[in-house]
Design a protein around this ligand. Structure first.
Ligand SMILES: [Zn+2]
Length: 378
């Protein structure tokens, strides 16, 4: 299958953190990497040029949403999602499973797949592992995810076993379809997903079967589903240690500096989250001293930037007082500026983390960053 997807560059001896490269169809991506989320083929409030200016080499998009609107006929006719949204760098798509499973009671899961009703018009659909792979191939995703069955924080052991067995079976079926598409010229990669809920024996069983399927990369699923942070951290570390070192490891849905640094320390290479743009639209922004809420009265006469240490164009141009005013008057511009700053901040944090790993000082970097971050913004 040609060169491997992942090339490890440097491992920090003080922890499990590592740097490397993803060799993808639309260019090389340095890891660890944070991927912004463009649910409907658009990262909310940001243009393609904004994303490039910040330096993103890969973004995520959602199969479920794109399948329903505009549909694979339109995106296929455009020549794929890259052409449709004018993004010539990489795209990772999820399988659509997570959204479908969130639709309860409007969906029914069987070992064959998931029958569901659209949240838009109530129309009936059926998503199988083969169909999810097919849709993501039409999107021309550089990385596609297998359809998996995610379980919640309060799931019983028996239910977790059932979901795990279905996920294992769906991975083999997804891989078969993916290999057929590869033979037909598709260049994207497939990732299997480790499940097993919060049971260590099941996590181990799932890690072994997912690794055995030998997909180009592996994701750790079923985390960030409502569990306390210390449980997230424990299961992330436990699962990551079970995965083959030569494959890229991806954890879905994490987007705060605390969670990102924790994941990097455990040897995770890729993560994504809607959080930086979603909180940006509510006037909440990252700073090196913690979260800052722009709407607060204390910003009314504060003519300093969001973060003096941030090099982004928002921090070089606008004051907290002005941004607060934009929020109060509900100007569209606040969503644009706050989302831009938040994504720049996370991109920069991960870049600094990569440098720290290369210089064998990630553990100290993490400790120092979080001690200031925990102080609270002022
Ligand atoms: Zn900034």
């Amino acid at each position: 299958m040609g060169e491997p997807l992942f090339t490890m560059h440097h491992a920090d001896p003080s922890c499990n953190a590592r740097t490397g490269f993803l060799n993808l169809p639309h260019g090389t991506v340095s890891t660890p990497v944070f991927m912004p989320v463009g649910t409907n083929g658009a990262v909310k409030a940001l243009t393609r040029d904004d994303l490039k200016e910040i330096g993103f080499e890969i973004i995520l998009s959602n199969t479920y949403h794109l399948y329903l609107r505009p549909g694979t006929e339109v995106i296929g006719a455009a020549g794929g999602l890259h052409e449709f949204m004018s993004w010539d760098k990489n795209i990772l798509t999820d399988s659509g499973g997570f959204q479908v499973f969130s639709l309860a009671p409007f969906r029914k899961i069987t070992p064959e797949g998931a029958a569901f009703h659209s949240h838009i018009d109530g129309s009936g659909h059926f998503l199988s592992p083969e169909k999810a792979a097919e849709i993501q191939t039409i999107l021309n995703s550089d990385i596609q995810m297998q359809l998996d069955l995610c379980t919640g924080w309060d799931t019983s052991y028996e239910e977790a076993v059932k979901a795990l067995e279905i996920t294992d079976n769906w991975l083999l079926r997804a891989k078969k379809t993916w290999l057929e598409k590869r033979d037909a010229g598709y260049q994207g990669n497939l990732f299997g997903i480790v499940q097993g809920n919060f049971f260590k024996d099941l996590r181990e069983r799932s890690a072994i079967s997912t690794a055995a399927a030998d997909t180009p990369g592996i994701a750790i699923g079923g985390l960030s589903v409502g569990e306390p942070p210390e449980v997230f951290s424990e299961y992330l570390a436990y699962t990551a240690a079970l995965l083959p070192k030569e494959k890229p490891r991806y954890v879905m849905g994490i987007g705060t500096p605390e969670y990102i640094l924790d994941a990097i320390e455990q040897g995770i290479d890729m993560f994504d989250c809607v959080l930086p743009t979603r909180t940006g639209r509510t006037g909440r922004v990252f700073t090196h001293h913690g979260h800052l809420s722009l709407k607060k009265a204390e910003n009314q006469f504060d003519f300093s930037p969001i973060d003096k240490e941030c090099g982004c164009k928002v921090c070089r141009t606008y004051s907290r007082a002005y941004l607060r005013h934009l929020f109060k008057t509900q100007e569209i511009l606040i969503s644009i500026l706050a989302s831009y700053h938040n994504l720049y901040f996370l991109h920069d944090l991960v870049k600094e983390a990569r440098r720290a790993i290369e210089e064998d000082r990630f553990t100290a970097f993490k400790k120092q960053f979080l001690s200031r971050y925990g102080e609270g913004a002022s």
